[in-house]
Design a protein. Structure first.
Length: 434
């Protein structure tokens, strides 16, 4: 449920509007291809996770199989990535609430939400899991209901809801590739962000009851989840209303149901969008805390971050991470309109760095451990891993051609330089202490 919940968030419920604008109906193919690439990444992580479950996830594996520097970079970049994602989901929640409370101050709403989730994540991991179970459950049930309702509206002969509702919408407004292959390629940037969080399944292995059984189950179900929760839902939305008339500035699910005259369905979808964002926020706080804790155990972060409370929660790592997420409150006060786009671009490039590290670590892991000792093997290796790495290289090049995304490309090397300096300083301090 955590793997499901973390992967269905703002990227789908809000970002889908921007990706539809870029690609038109071919966005369905973008999600299918992007989903296959993400499946390859998570299968690569799954090999290592099933072999040696650890809450440090791919940072621990990079540290173990490549070296201390790789573990340091992987861990801190993932921590940074999910700090940004948590900030993004918190900001998105305030934007979704505008549907009912258009005059509410975003920074005040963000502050109150953050207080609640701080309490949840500091109490015990069971409570966190319970929250995530229900958040994910709401999304699953409503999305399935959306698919059933949408199918009924599309195929019903008595459908008088809206005269533009038709499966013909997939090719009637400029064709399937409405903006050509250029728009199709550009859409991958937003699509890939939508899949961020799927790798969280590796981090949960450290606290899972039976990781050798549950992790493969979670990973193997990714393709089915992508077909149902991404491709099917977007296909329904595109058939219900002409894609060219969908407002990219709000959730396409809310916008379409409002325009076809079902305001109650629009309100329900807005509620689900909020639970989706809160679910991803919850997962983000959990993930950053566990990664900071794992870094502490590797001696790649201050020892204080390795402290546990009586419930076994890494409370110092959680508070440390939440301190940085709190910056969102300040940013929503200072830059309420610009902050979402900036966070989206930075989160995307940070996620790509994580996924490439996973793929490279898997290649080294295979050589050191030996294929015979791997229980959960990636199919068609090494071709699958090489294809995924090339795909991410193309995405990075594509981002340089997008005005809103180009800034993140320049931030990435600066961030990696800062991490490298941090690693050098850490080694120098540790050397003096010895």
């Amino acid at each position: 449920m955590i793997a499901l919940g973390s992967a269905i968030g703002t990227g789908l419920f809000f970002g889908a509007g921007e990706s539809i604008k870029l690609a038109g109906p071919s966005i369905l193919l973008s999600y299918a291809i992007g989903g296959i690439i993400m499946y390859i990444v998570i299968r690569a992580l799954g090999e290592m996770t099933v072999h040696a479950p650890n809450a440090g996830s791919f940072s621990y594996y990079a540290y173990t199989y490549i070296g201390n520097y790789a573990g340091f970079i992987a861990g801190w970049n993932y921590w940074f990535n999910y700090i940004i994602v948590s900030m993004l989901e918190l900001t998105a929640t305030t934007m979704f609430l505008d549907y009912w409370f258009p005059h509410a101050s975003h920074w005040i709403v963000a502050l109150n939400i953050l207080i609640v989730f701080t309490i949840v994540n500091l109490m015990n991991v069971k409570l966190y899991g319970e929250f995530e179970f229900w958040f994910a459950g709401i999304k699953v049930v409503v999305i399935i209901a959306l698919i059933i309702l949408g199918l009924y509206l599309i195929i019903s002969s008595n459908n008088n809801i809206h005269n533009s509702t038709s499966i013909n919408n997939l090719w009637s407004y400029g064709g399937f590739f409405a903006h050509g292959y250029n728009g199709f390629l550009l859409s991958f940037v937003v699509v890939i962000f939508s899949f961020g969080g799927t790798e969280l399944v590796g981090i949960t292995a450290g606290e899972a009851e039976n990781p050798h059984k549950t992790i493969p189950m979670a990973i193997n179900g990714i393709i089915v989840r992508i077909i149902i929760f991404y491709i099917a839902t977007l296909a329904i939305v595109l058939c219900l209303y002409p894609w060219s008339k969908i407002d990219s500035n709000i959730s396409p699910f809310v916008d379409v149901f409002s325009k076809i005259g079902i305001p109650k369905a629009a309100a329900v979808m807005n509620f689900v969008a909020i639970t989706a964002a809160l679910s991803s926020l919850n997962s983000g706080i959990y993930g950053t805390a566990r990664m900071a804790y794992g870094l502490s155990k590797q001696q790649n972060a201050p020892k204080i971050l390795g402290r546990l409370n009586s419930n076994g929660i890494p409370y110092m790592a959680t508070l440390f991470s939440l301190f940085f997420v709190f910056i969102t409150v300040v940013l929503n006060y200072l830059y309420p309109k610009q902050i979402f786009g900036i966070l989206l671009s930075v989160a995307t490039i940070a996620a790509i760095i994580n996924w490439v590290i996973i793929l490279i670590t898997q290649i080294v892991f295979r050589k050191k451990v030996g294929v015979a000792n791997i229980k959960y093997k990636m199919p068609f290796y090494p071709l699958t891993s090489i294809i995924a790495i090339i795909f991410f290289a193309v995405i990075i090049i594509t981002m340089t051609q997008m005005k809103d995304m180009a800034m993140a490309i320049y931030i990435a090397p600066i961030w990696l330089l800062i991490l490298s300096i941090g690693y050098w300083l850490k080694n120098k301090i540790q050397h003096k202490e010895q």
